[in-house]
Design a protein. Structure first.
Length: 220
């Protein structure tokens, strides 16, 4: 049976969560919304529409959503040529590939953002497939992105592991019945990740790589 290593990208392989925070904060500020960066940070990892519902409320004027999302995308796009990968992110993907895992990137990013992130991580030789927000109707924490990724890898949930950095990642993985591994490099506390479903938590990709032989990747 195939084994799938499902890997989030923003905050997990690339140090981009705080760039997203600043870009959403500026997009909201330009539209006259006063939202604390801390509140935006807790919503990073959600699709744009869900993020706006999280920070502005379900009763917001939804006619602004497309304009706000477009402003965020424009601002974030200015960083495309210098997105910073996290240390050992590429090494982790290549080691998983070497061990026979089918590596699938699972992200709430758009295809354009994912292309820039893949260039930053620079490990395409180890990646079997990708699943972006453009491929699904519901993003994380819904399980649909994970189900789609498992299909791309032709792998069963019981034989797979999902690595992410947000509670939305962990909740999506738990709902898809995939073993979840949390990373702290996205800025979310360990306790929050564990309560959302993480079976193990590591500091960053390099820490997971250093402990790969005692991680959930050895149980499959």
């Amino acid at each position: 049976m195939n084994r799938a290593a499902l890997i989030d990208v923003d905050g997990t392989l690339a140090d981009t969560n705080h760039l997203h925070v600043v870009c959403w904060w500026e997009a909201l500020r330009q539209a006259g919304h006063d939202v604390a960066m801390h509140d935006i940070h807790r919503a990073i990892g959600l699709p744009g529409e869900d993020l706006l519902a999280h920070v502005l409320g379900e009763d917001r004027d939804t006619t602004e959503d497309d304009t706000l999302s477009a402003a965020h995308s424009t601002l974030y796009g200015t960083y495309f040529d210098r997105l910073p990968p996290l240390h050992a992110a590429a090494d982790l993907l290549r080691e998983l590939d070497r061990r026979g895992w089918r590596v699938v990137l699972v992200t709430s990013a758009t295809d354009a953002e994912l292309d820039a992130l893949r260039r930053a991580v620079d490990a395409d030789d180890a990646i079997t497939a990708t699943a972006s927000s453009d491929d699904v109707r519901e993003g994380k924490p819904a399980p649909e992105p994970l189900h789609h990724a498992l299909g791309l890898a032709d792998a069963a949930a019981r034989d797979s592991v999902f690595v992410g950095d947000t509670v939305w990642d962990m909740e999506a993985g738990a709902r898809a019945h995939v073993a979840c591994v949390g990373l702290l490099c996205g800025g979310i506390p360990q306790r929050d990740l564990e309560e959302a479903g993480a079976r193990a938590v590591y500091r960053h990709p390099a820490d997971l790589l250093a402990h790969i032989d005692t991680s959930p990747f050895t149980d499959r």
